[in-house]
Design a protein around this ligand. Structure first.
Ligand code: 3EB
Length: 343
């Protein structure tokens, strides 16, 4: 875990742990580099939480990230960050009511601060972003709130000179009932290798039917993370073919289509690396719009991948709204495997 990369970067690693195991790990020494908690208490600076109801039986979980031991932390605008000079984890929580701004302006402000925090560090490249918006499908004065968010996000990428189309980071965007606009991100010193899904139109090229500004994310991103390993970050993936939602109202078929999309993204990623990623060996988060659909999603994953699959056993199920009103489920994931990027 602590072996240094020949290039000098301490390796970045991630572990999915129960809340109690992550707290036990932190109690043994200094807090880890950082973590993204799912349904965890909001009291640990190193573990910003995702405020969504956990439906899986293991309860609150965390993805705990490890980097070097020399972690600095600070704030830039609304961004709380932790950085070891090679990797940065950050979190932003902006209260719409307190700031008296619409969601477009709020998203633009959040991303402006995010990019300022990157520019103040040596980690200027976003690898992965997790977005959580209150009432994502709600009306924002004539425009759905997710579409307002997309407008502000894209403008901030353009203003910062960051890749808003090809080369955008991997990302997901989910709806929470209430609270702040909450963004979590991972950045590094090198741009990741973006991966698209041949079954889907790139989200950053979606037609205007889905809002005046397209969503800013790549279907996946590959990054060398030191120690001879590659990380695959898979964005929020759903029952979309081309740019259309398919299987309206059918949770089983939507989950099957989502798994086909995940398999296609993984196949595209495997062409760009010597590492071998596998649909059955992911740390995934499954978001369901209706808590009562969680067992059906679990059953489809089990039928597709088998009962012993890591992707099933380690899955975190959360209740959250998905970015389109007609989507019932969304699955995102990451994995780390031995290998290197292909030239
Ligand atoms: C985002 O950052 C990602 O339009 O294909 C999740 C799942 C998201 C599917 C899609 C978009 C899609 O906006 C949100």
């Amino acid at each position: 875990m602590t072996a240094r990369d020949p290039l000098g970067a301490p390796p970045l690693r991630v572990q999915r742990l129960s809340l109690s195991d992550s707290l036990a790990l932190a109690a043994k020494g200094r807090p880890p580099f950082g973590a993204l908690g799912y349904g965890t208490p909001n009291e640990f600076a190193w573990m910003p939480t995702v405020d969504a109801r956990v439906l899986s039986s293991a309860g609150a979980m965390a993805d705990v990230w490890h980097a070097s031991e020399h972690v600095e932390s600070g704030t830039t605008g609304g961004v709380r960050w932790r950085c070891d000079g090679h990797w940065m984890l950050g979190a932003i929580d902006l209260d719409e009511a307190a700031l008296q701004e619409g969601l477009t302006a709020l998203a633009q402000r959040a991303y402006r601060d995010l990019f300022r925090s990157l520019e103040a560090s040596s980690c200027t490249h976003l690898l992965r972003v997790w977005n959580y918006l209150p009432q994502i499908n709600g009306d924002g004065g004539g425009l759905e709130r997710y579409r307002q968010f997309n407008a502000g996000r894209q403008q901030a990428f353009i203003d910062a000179g960051q890749a808003a189309f090809e080369g955008a980071p991997a990302a997901c965007a989910l709806g929470i009932r209430q609270g702040a606009l909450s963004i979590r991100f991972l950045a590094g010193r090198k741009a990741p290798l973006p991966i698209e899904n041949p079954r889907q139109v790139s989200a950053y090229h979606y037609p205007k039917d889905y809002g005046p500004r397209a969503p800013t994310f790549s279907r996946a991103a590959l990054a060398e993370v030191g120690g001879g390993d590659v990380a695959l970050f898979i964005s929020g993936t759903a029952s979309i073919v081309g740019h259309a939602t398919v299987h309206l109202g059918d949770i089983v078929a939507q989950t099957q289509e989502t798994l086909r999309n995940l398999a296609a993204v993984i196949a595209a990623a495997n062409e760009r690396t010597t590492a071998v990623f596998d649909l059955a060996a992911l740390d995934c988060v499954a978001y369901v719009r209706h808590a009562s659909d969680a067992p059906a999603v679990r059953r489809v994953i089990e039928e597709t991948l088998g009962p012993a699959a890591h992707t099933l056993g380690q899955a975190v199920f959360l209740e959250a709204d998905v970015c389109r009103q007609d989507l019932l489920v969304e699955i995102e994931a990451h994995a780390v495997a031995r290998g290197a990027l292909r030239a």
